[in-house]
Design a protein around this ligand. Sequence first.
Ligand code: CDP
Length: 230
Amino acid sequence: MERVDGRRFDELRPIKIEAGVLKRADGSCYIEWGKNKIYAAVYGPKKVLPRHLEKDDRAILRCRYNMAPFSVEERKRPGPDRRAVEIGKVMQGALEPAILMHYYPKSMIEISVEVVQANAGTRCAGITAVSVALADAGIPMRDLVPSCAAGKVDGQVILDLAKEEDNSGEADMPVAIIPRLNQITLLQMDGKLTEQEVEQAITLAMQGCQQVYQLQIDALRRKYAGAEYE
Ligand code: CDP
């Protein structure tokens, strides 16, 4: 079966990752994933505000996901909506198990994801970019967190749905993993799959995550290989 953009069923869209692109953030990353264009910025660890959120034994992680009004076909009303709050929460859940939160009691790590162009799969691209930005900020982690979706279009289980496929497809399943721990930290599903298709989609998405993982490592190597540590 030929896909809209000519990809094989198990092929990712072209992905470009660049670490450390924003001067004012402690860590940052820019990702182009197909037609998605996303910035991730990390601040901290720093003092917790508001104070009542502070934890005595570990850091807290706050994630803000934002779509620019011009990032989608139909102009998006500026400001947070339910979808953005949900994605902020799932990003936090996907990333936190990878971060050594107990190293930084009474502090917070603040994450900002800005989607400047969207074409399906922004939460996966966002999580991927944030974990590179966390590494760029020097925050100790168990591993990076690559993320990638699989889904079903025209009866076929396929990797990394583009917007046209997402619109016409039967299901979409974003996944994120911590490769070193072989742990899944994000698993959502939109639409309908049989039990067997769920298995297939998870396996395919996890293979996609492994490819994304290599690209994350390459991006960090490009930025830091041979560089003097400051
Ligand atoms: O982006 P992701 O797949 O993680 O989340 P989604 O809620 O499943 O959205 C799928 C896609 O719908 C987004 O990536 C955008 O391309 C598009 N979208 C849109 O056109 N307008 C919105 N207000 C929200 C999403």
